[in-house]
Design a protein around this ligand. Sequence first.
Ligand code: ATP
Ligand code: MG
Length: 327
Amino acid sequence: MASALLELKDMEVAFTIGKRAYPALQQISFKVEEKETVGIVGESGCGKSLTSLSVMGLLPETAAMTKGGIILNGQPMEPASSEGWSTVRGKQVSMIFQNPMSALNPLMPVGKQIAEMAMTHLSVSKQEAKRLAMEMMAKVGLSRVERLYDDYPHQLSGGMMQRIMIAMALICSPKLLIADEPTTALDVTIQGQILDLLRDMNRSIGTAILFISHDLGVIREVCDRVIVMYAGYIVEDAPVAEILDHPKHPYTVGLLQSLPSADKRGRPLYTIPGRVPSITDRGPGCPFAGRCPSATDLCESVTPELSQVAAGHQVRCHLYANGGRVI
Ligand SMILES: Nc1ncnc2c1ncn2[C@@H]1O[C@H](COP(=O)(O)OP(=O)(O)OP(=O)(O)O)[C@@H](O)[C@H]1O
Ligand SMILES: [Mg+2]
């Protein structure tokens, strides 16, 4: 069988604080196949961004991959090799962030920033890079691109800037695009347009997407599969339709209950009581035990393993260990 486009194998990432190492990600294993769209969902602090930064080889200085590894396109990635990463970044994997303003150079025209990306990675001439950049700007739905090419970031709206970021990320036709909360800073109408654009790009260019959001409602719009993260662990991984119809992990159930919907109109939205424990405050047992309505003594002391409950559906919960209820 051909290898997956991206594979994370039992990855652990830890921060060093003082003299101690605190794991922020543990036992992270998942695959993204070519052209697949995979979402990562979870509340703030669950480890979504850290997972995507690991895939880009862009971990903060105080963090390190302490176990496991990443295989990209069949190639094991060496955590310490910045050279290895720089050859894949842009060309094989690209990333767009929540706040495009902070990712763009304020002193360079936006079109030129896209063209420079093409010149760096595709070794094309200056003229050809400009032509490709304008073509890509049109593809991501920007109009009057000749004029826009010379505009500076501050002259653009948030939605236009996010389109520029997407053009920049896709100019080298990467196999994988990582989008970390790309629409959180945008208003709802523009948010919808950007989600449509990402879906179109996935279909027309075939770029696989790893889409990160704290909002399952947004992930449902874009993704085939969803990975639910909680306190540094993957707690559920399943096709989107399966998660919506048959959520298993009590945390996923809570996330679904807190989604707005027509039949909940007029009533206050549910929120899961409590909050995600910080990395310095994670003991043994299931990380969700303290907030879980179904927790037992076992949950307090033993961390559950991921177990398969249906084809392509995995859950990390003692309620479903060995494919069924054990407690
Ligand atoms: N530089 C850092 N030093 C210490 N801990 C950090 C650092 N950056 C992140 N963390 C911790 O690592 C964990 C995961 O952080 P991460 O940024 O991946 O969360 P997230 O799921 O992306 O959250 P958000 O939705 O707020 O973006 C959090 O508990 C966070 O406090
Ligand atoms: Mg984040």
